[in-house]
Design a protein around this ligand. Structure first.
Ligand code: F6R
Length: 367
C-alpha cells in the first residue's frame, strides 16, 4: 500500500508531480492559453463584483493560502486578507456580499474552517472551498468547490495536498485575471506554460536527494533552528518550519527575514542552523543582508536559491541548494519540496514515527 516506500509521507512527496498534473488537467484549454473552470457556479458578473477576498484555513492549508492569496492579489489587484480559521470569527471580520471567502482544507472536515465558512455565509459572502475531499462537509456547504486532485493523503504531515492547493490557487488567480482583464493574454499563456513545467521540475528535484539527506542528518543533532525568507519565501519558510516541528520535534521558527533584527536576533548564537530561502530575485540583495546579520552572530546558514545565484551566495553562506528556475510567483511549488524532504529525513534520523507524529491527528474536528 506504500508502493515500495518506507512511509506514506515519502510516497506522497513523490506523488506530487502526478498531483500537479491531475489538478491542472481539464482546467487549461487545448491551446494552453486560458484557464477554464467548468465546475464553478461563480458567474463572470459575480467575479466582476468582488471587491475583497478573505482566505481562511488552518496549518498547512493556511500556508498554502498565504502563497495563493499573494498570487491572486498580484494577478488581479483585489485586496486579500488572510486568517487562521480559529481566529477568523473572533475579530468580527468585515464580510459583505462582495466578499469572496476562500476556505482551504485538505480533509474538508476541519471544525474551525467549517465554522468560518458558516460565518461567511451568514454575512452573505460567496464561499469557494479548495479541498481534496469532494464529499466532505466543507465541500457540501460551500457555494463552489475547486477539488485538488492529490488523491488520498494518509500521512499526518501534509505534502501533496499543500502543493496541489498551490496549483489550484494559481489556476484560480489566472481565471480571475482573465475575467477581470487584469493580465494580458500573453502574460497568462506565459504563466500557464511555466506551470506546465512544474511537474517535471519536481521530478528532477526528487531524482537526487543525497545532499538534502545529509543536511537533514546534520540538523537532526540540533534542538533549535530558524527559517528566514521574504515575500512568498517567507510563506514557504512557515510551511518548512511547521513540517519540521511536526515530525522531527526540532523546535524552529520561521521569520520574515527583515523582522529578525526587531528582537529575535537575540536568539542567534554560535552554530545555530538558519535556513534562508532566497529564491526571489527582486528581494535577493535584501535577503543576503539579513543572511549576513545572522552569520555575523555565528549562525550556520543554508540557502535555497536558483543555480545561477549559488556561487555568489556561497560567499555569505555555509551551504546552498539550488531549485529549478521558474517564475517568482511559482517558486513555492518547487522550494517547498526540499523542505518536505528535510523534515522527513530529520524525523527518520531521530527515530520518530514519521507518518503518525505524537499528539496530532489527520483531521481536526474539534475547535
Ligand atoms: C500539517 C497539517 C495540518 C493541516 C491542518 C488543516 O502538516 O497537515 O496543519 O494542514 O490541520 O487540515 P485540513 O487541510 O484538513 O483542513
Amino acid at each position: 500500500e506504500k508502493g515500495g516506500f518506507d512511509h506514506f509521507m515519502l510516497k506522497e512527496i513523490y506523488e506530487q508531480p502526478k498531483a500537479y498534473r491531475d489538478t491542472m488537467r481539464g482546467r487549461i484549454d487545448e491551446s494552453g492559453s486560458k484557464v477554464i473552470f467548468p465546475e464553478l457556479n461563480l458567474t463572470e458578473e459575480k467575479i466582476r463584483s468582488i471587491n475583497n477576498i478573505h482566505i481562511v484555513a488552518c496549518g498547512t492549508a493556511y500556508h498554502a493560502g498565504l502563497v495563493g492569496g499573494t498570487a491572486i492579489e498580484r494577478l488581479v489587484r483585489i485586496p486579500v486578507a488572510f486568517d487562521v480559521a480559529s481566529e477568523y470569527r473572533y475579530r468580527s471580520p468585515l464580510i459583505t456580499p462582495e466578499t469572496l471567502v476562500i476556505v482551504v482544507s485538505q480533509s474538508g472536515e476541519t471544525a474551525d474552517t467549517l465554522a468560518a465558512l458558516r460565518e461567511a455565509h451568514a454575512n452573505g459572502a460567496h464561499v469557494l472551498a479548495i479541498t481534496n475531499v469532494v464529499g466532505s462537509s466543507i465541500a457540501r456547504d460551500a457555494d463552489d468547490v475547486i477539488a485538488t486532485l492529490a488523491g488520498p493523503e494518509i500521512a499526518v504531515a501534509s505534502t501533496k495536498a499543500y502543493t496541489s492547493q498551490l496549483i489550484a490557487f494559481y489556476l484560480f488567480g489566472l481565471y480571475l485575471a482573465e475575467v477581470r482583464g487584469t493580465q494580458t493574454a500573453e502574460e497568462i499563456s506565459h504563466i500557464i506554460a511555466a506551470m506546465q513545467s512544474l511537474p517535471e521540475q519536481v521530478e528532477a528535484m526528487l531524482e537526487n536527494t543525497d545532499a538534502i539527506k545529509a543536511y537533514a542528518k546534520h540538523i537532526s543533532n540540533h534542538n533549535n533552528l530558524f527559517f528566514i525568507g521574504r515575500g512568498v519565501d517567507y510563506a514557504v519558510a512557515l510551511e518548512g518550519s511547521l513540517k519540521l516541528k511536526e515530525i522531527s520535534y526540532i523546535h524552529s521558527e520561521a521569520y520574515a527575514a527583515g523582522e529578525l533584527k526587531h528582537g529575535t536576533l537575540a536568539l542567534i548564537e554560535d552554530g545555530i542552523p538558519v535556513i534562508a530561502l532566497a529564491t526571489q530575485e527582486a528581494l535577493l540583495e535584501k535577503t543576503v543582508s539579513n543572511i549576513k546579520e545572522v552569520k555575523a552572530r555565528g549562525a550556520e546558514v543554508m540557502a535555497l536559491s536558483h543555480e545561477e545565484h549559488v556561487s555568489s551566495l556561497l560567499k555569505s553562506v555555509d551551504q546552498a541548494f539550488a531549485i529549478p528556475k521558474t517564475l517568482p510567483l511559482l517558486t513555492p511549488a518547487l522550494s517547498v519540496v526540499p523542505l518536505q524532504l528535510l523534515a522527513y529525513y530529520a524525523s527518520l534520523a531521530r527515530g520518530n514515527d514519521v507518518d503518525k507524529p505524537r499528539n496530532l491527528a489527520k483531521s481536526v474536528t474539534v475547535e
